[in-house]
Design a protein around this ligand. Structure first.
Ligand SMILES: [Cu+2]
Length: 142
């Protein structure tokens, strides 16, 4: 009985740690904005090394009027279209690659043109984890 109580006590201290999100973003970059246009796109690899799935629920940035998580999808006519992704789940021990033609961060109404060598800051929001600050380098298409 004593041992059981000790185990229960230990679990109380250990449990909060196990639900901590362990999400990292790497290789963050944004495309330079095309002169005469006001939208931009950002890419990165997001990895979940935690024990539980996390759900990306949005993005915010001071660099543009609005920003959204997007995905490219094929429509009925076989055309690639972009669609807003309200929630994206990243399972435990998995990663999702944001890249041209796939998932991306869409920046609407870029305030100052994204120029190569500069950086763009944004923040990723999760339903079940703390927000994550990201600084992306402006890079030419690779
Ligand atoms: Cu888009």
């Amino acid at each position: 009985m004593k041992r059981l109580q000790q185990l229960a006590l230990a679990a109380c201290f250990v449990l909060p740690l196990s639900v901590w999100a362990d999400v990292t973003v790497s290789d963050a970059w944004v495309k330079p904005t095309i002169p005469g246009t006001e939208n931009g796109a950002g890419y990165f690899v997001i990895r979940n090394d935690g024990a539980q799935a996390v759900t990306l629920s949005g993005v915010s940035s001071d660099a543009s009027r609005a920003s959204e998580v997007h995905q490219h999808v094929m429509n009925d006519e076989g055309m690639m279209r972009m669609r807003r992704v309200p929630e994206l789940t990243i399972n435990a021990d998995e990663q999702v690659v944001f890249q041209p033609g796939s998932y991306h961060i869409m920046f609407f109404g870029v305030k100052n043109p994204f120029r190569v060598g500069e950086s763009v800051a944004f923040q990723l929001q999760f339903t079940d984890a703390d927000a994550l600050d990201v600084v992306a380098e402006v890079r030419s298409l690779k």
